[in-house]
Write a new protein. Structure first.
Length: 205
């Protein structure tokens, strides 16, 4: 475990972090990752029951449920944490940022890859749900409360239910995931403009 790197990651990704002891003692997302690692070590060695027991204890203490079979890269940070669920075959790259209420869920009862893969530098907004053995490309962003059911290319911002691409979402800093275009508003204005044109055509007859 690289505790110092984990603590530096919190300071780099959470502007609310003010001191070493605060981060060490008051960040459940950090604690969940620290408890996941020995559970994952046990899981990889076939010690499934103690691995699941440790992950269950971590869930009780932190509100974050990470299956010990999941694969997680370096500098992974769960901000706030409560309600996060990460499934057994989920794969998470380096420098990923996840907010509270996120679910990386499966869509199959078969014993195969059934959970998402998140590339490096991905941001998943609060309450987002990513389902199935899909790939989220490097540096992509998923807007809060979105439901992602299909692969996402690298450097793409998606939002909505089901999630769709947001134009102009690439190239921003990780914490800019709230800056999304008003897709629904644009569509409503487009429909309204079409209705206005139809009314004009009808009034001419």
């Amino acid at each position: 475990m690289n505790f110092s790197e984990d603590i530096r990651t919190v300071f780099s990704k959470d502007p609310a972090a003010r001191g070493f002891w605060e981060v060490l003692l008051c960040y459940p997302g950090l604690h969940a990752v620290w408890l996941y690692r020995p559970a994952h070590w046990l899981w990889r060695r076939g010690l499934y029951f103690p691995a699941r027991l440790l992950s269950h204890i971590a869930r009780f203490l932190t509100g974050v449920e990470i299956h010990p079979g999941a694969t997680i890269g370096r500098r992974f940070f769960i901000d706030h944490g409560m309600g996060v669920v990460i499934g057994e075959t989920a794969e998470i790259g380096d420098d990923v940022l996840v907010y509270q209420g996120v679910v990386l869920g499966g869509t199959s009862l078969e014993h195969k890859k059934r959970h998402p893969t998140l590339g490096d530098g991905v941001v998943v907004g609060a309450g987002a749900i990513v389902l199935g053995a899909i790939k989220v490309g490097d540096r992509s962003r998923i807007g809060a409360a979105s439901v992602v059911l299909q692969d996402i290319p690298p450097d793409t911002t998606v939002f909505g239910v089901p999630a769709h691409s947001a134009r102009g979402g690439a190239g921003r800093a990780q914490l800019d995931h709230n800056r999304l275009p008003d897709f629904c508003g644009e569509e409503m204005r487009r429909v309204q403009a079409q209705l206005d044109e139809l009314k004009k055509e009808i009034s001419k007859k």
